[in-house]
Design a protein around this ligand. Structure first.
Ligand SMILES: C[S@@+](CC[C@H](N)C(=O)[O-])C[C@H]1O[C@@H](n2cnc3c(N)ncnc32)[C@H](O)[C@@H]1O
Length: 313
């Protein structure tokens, strides 16, 4: 992260463009919690400072760390979506469905444990779960359940993801969203796609949300998990440990990431030094059955509806 010292007591940790296109600075003052503020807010808030002129001068220098021709909006040319959009569905994929679990009888406090027959199979409970409001195994179905993720400029690898709240271990962070494509499609981006089941991937190269900017760390603080919801696989991120506010959220890209190897800058003590470099994917026609005409007709109808449901925000 950029650490531009503006005075002995104030630090600009990084900068971002807010939703209303204003440049904001993550300002840390002494031991106080860091805050996102515009230049006007900082100036009005701290106008009684003795060293305001010095602060302004150093602050202006802060602007110069971002060249004019820099890409300033991480979402420029991208479309932010509320849900996945389907261009492909593998009819042979076996996706588990939810049952009415036994957690109520087991006196469980929620359904987020291996004792829940849905949770243990990677399935979210339905609204009919007998645990009612105590069922927490419905992260992906609850509207507005996602925390606000901020995209910030990192020092080494362009954009990254941060929030201004703390996460506890196992907390739901957000869902990876984009276009569901076939993993056999060689035109899709290897960098911005993540596996979704046996033969599907989520391609977030253009239709996406902030999670497309999650960077890799060899000791990550978050991980992705497949969850089955209403007969579809979805991909969600959960905290692996406590994540402090304004700490970068990172994941392990794993062995299936991109064929092009890149130097890893994560600086973790166990850093492998490299990300990506997987072997080329080999298409095995024996493992792949073409869908029948009826299946294709059904899928066309089904996905026309899904496409319509996907409303860019
Ligand atoms: C899915 S993108 C993550 C967002 C990316 N930083 C951006 O601005 O679009 C993955 C790319 O980010 C960069 N990256 C992510 N983690 C990295 C790391 N630990 N070291 C070096 N580069 C990294 C690599 O270029 C990688 O191919």
């Amino acid at each position: 992260m950029n650490q531009l010292s503006v005075s002995r007591r104030y630090k600009i940790l990084t900068t971002r463009i807010s939703m209303n296109s204003q440049r904001q600075f993550l300002l840390k003052r002494g031991n106080c919690k860091a805050q996102w503020l515009t230049v006007e807010e900082i100036e009005s808030r701290y106008q009684n400072l003795n060293n305001l002129n010095e602060f302004r001068e150093k602050f202006r220098k802060g602007f110069s760390i971002i060249p004019d021709n820099d890409q300033i909006d991480p979402f420029e040319n991208l479309i932010q979506v509320q849900s996945n959009c389907y261009k492909f569905f593998d009819v042979n994929e076996c996706i588990p469905t939810a049952s009415i679990c036994n957690c109520k009888n087991n006196n469980s406090s929620d359904c987020l444990n291996e004792g829940c027959e849905n949770f243990s199979r990677g399935v979210e409970c339905t609204p009919l779960c007998l645990m009612g409001d105590d069922c927490s195994n419905r992260h992906l179905q609850i509207i507005n359940n996602e925390k606000d993720l901020d995209v910030f400029r990192t020092k080494q690898y362009n954009w990254g993801v941060i929030t201004d709240i703390d996460f506890h271990k196992d907390d739901f962070i957000a869902e990876y969203k984009g276009i569901v494509q076939s993993c056999y499609d060689r035109t899709i981006s290897q960098i911005y796609s993540m596996d979704l089941g046996r033969t599907s991937v989520i391609d977030a190269s253009r239709w996406c949300n902030a999670t497309r900017f999650l960077n890799h760390c060899c000791i990550p603080n978050a991980q992705s998990n497949l969850r089955a919801v209403d007969g579809l696989w979805r991909l969600a991120f959960f905290a692996l440990r406590k994540i402090e506010a304004n700490e970068e959220i990172t994941i392990d890209y794993g062995k299936s990431y991109s064929q092009n190897a890149e130097i890893c800058y994560c600086q973790a003590p166990n850093c492998a030094g490299i990300i990506g470099g997987k072997k080329e994917f080999e298409f095995n026609p024996n493992k792949w059955n073409e869908p029948s005409n009826e299946q294709t007709q059904f899928l066309k109808r089904f996905f026309a509806e899904k496409l319509w449901e996907t409303i860019p925000i």
